[in-house]
Design a protein around this ligand. Structure first.
Ligand SMILES: C[S@@+](CC[C@H](N)C(=O)[O-])C[C@H]1O[C@@H](n2cnc3c(N)ncnc32)[C@H](O)[C@@H]1O
Length: 208
C-alpha cells in the first residue's frame, strides 16, 4: 500500500482518538506529563498522540530540502511522524531513521504500519528510554525530531550535540510544554532557533 494511503488511515484514526483525548485532558494530567512522564505515557499507551498532517508534510519537506540521510526521532508512538520522515529518506535515495519508543506494544504497531507503507528498510527501532537507547550514538545526525517526554528535550539535545554538524536541523512538537528547552536554544550561541507556529509549539533550530 502507498505511504499516503497508510497515512490517510492513521490520521483518520488519530484525529478521532486524539480529539476525544484532548477534550478529557485536565490541568492535573498535564502536570503529571511533566512530573512523572513514565506514568503519563504508560497510561496513554493505546493512544496516538500524533502530529497533524501539516506538521508531517513540513517534516517531510525539511528532510527533502536538507537531503537528510540520518534522522533521529524521539517518540515513535504508532509511527505517523516516522512515516513522513522515512518516506523523505526513501525519496532522498536512502538513509536511516532511528526512532525511539518506551512502549513495546506501540513499537509492534508502528512496525506493522511502517511495513505497510513499504518503509521498513529505512527505519531502526530502539525500544526503551531514549536517554539510554541513544547513549553513545555514533555518526552525524542531519535531523533530530523531538516528540517524547518534554522534560527530556534538553537532556537529549545535550546527549546528541556531539553528533550535530553545522546545519543539523532540530524540530520539536509541543515545545511550549518544555520552556527550558526554548530558553536553552535561545541562550546558546550554538543554535539559531525560531517558532514556526507563532504559538511557541513547534520550536525549530539549527546547530550553527
Ligand atoms: C507524542 S507521542 C509521539 C507521536 C509520534 N511522533 C507521531 O507523530 O505519531 C510521544 C511518544 O513518546 C514516547 N516516549 C515518551 N518519553 C519517552 C522516552 N523517554 N523514551 C522513549 N519514548 C518515550 C511515549 O511513549 C509516546 O508514545
Amino acid at each position: 500500500m502507498s505511504y499516503k494511503n497508510v497515512l490517510t488511515r492513521l490520521h483518520k484514526e488519530a484525529d478521532e482518538k486524539d480529539g476525544a483525548l484532548h477534550e478529557r485532558f485536565t490541568d492535573a494530567d498535564m502536570k503529571i506529563a511533566l512530573s512523572d512522564p513514565k506514568t503519563f505515557y504508560r497510561n496513554l499507551k493505546t493512544e496516538y498522540l500524533a502530529i497533524d498532517e501539516t506538521f508531517g508534510e513540513f517534516l517531510y519537506m525539511s528532510a527533502r530540502m536538507s537531503r537528510a540521510k540520518t534522522i533521529v526521532e524521539f517518540g515513535t508512538s504508532f509511527g505517523i511522524s516516522t512515516i513522513y520522515l522515512a518516506q523523505a529518506l526513501k525519496d532522498n535515495g536512502g538513509g536511516k531513521l532511528i526512532t525511539t519508543e518506551y512502549e513495546a506494544d506501540k513499537i509492534a504497531i508502528a512496525k506493522a504500519n511502517i511495513q505497510e507503507a513499504g518503509l521498513s528498510d529505512y527505519v531502526e527501532f530502539r525500544q526503551g528510554d531514549a536517554m539510554k537507547s541513544l547513549e553513545g550514538f555514533e555518526g552525524e545526525i542531519d535531523i533530530l525530531f523531538l516528540d517524547g517526554a518534554k522534560n527530556l528535550y534538553v537532556p537529549l539535545l545535550k546527549l546528541l550535540e556531539s553528533n550535530f554538524r553545522s546545519g543539523t536541523f532540530i524540530a520539536s512538537d509541543n515545545s511550549k510544554m518544555s520552556p527550558d528547552f526554548v530558553v536553552y536554544l535561545k541562550g546558546s550561541e550554538r543554535y539559531l532557533s525560531t517558532d514556526i507556529s507563532g504559538k511557541q509549539d513547534n520550536e525549530l533550530a539549527i546547530w550553527r
